[in-house]
Ligand binder design. Sequence first.
Ligand code: ZN
Length: 103
Amino acid sequence: MESEGRTTAEEGCLSIPEIYGDVTRAERVVLEALDREGRPFRLEAGGLTARAIQHEIDHLDGILFLDHLGLMKRRVLLARWKREHKDDTSYLKEVQPATARPE
Ligand SMILES: [Zn+2]
């Protein structure tokens, strides 16, 4: 609902283990949500809690912390990650976009 301040800190994510990058986020946030019984509540948070809330809300919107980095930084980190995990097929699966078939 509200945010203020800007702060930069290193982040990582269990969705992409072993990659870290500096992400700038709001220093304080105010959110309104529903608890597990569906009752609305309001929370004001700062510090690591505010950072974690913004990180997780990003996930709900389909955004990874990598999307906050510059294009070159993102490419360098992903290239290094792929190189370090090239023999580990359980983590990374590259897919090619479907191509139109001639009829
Ligand atoms: Zn995450």
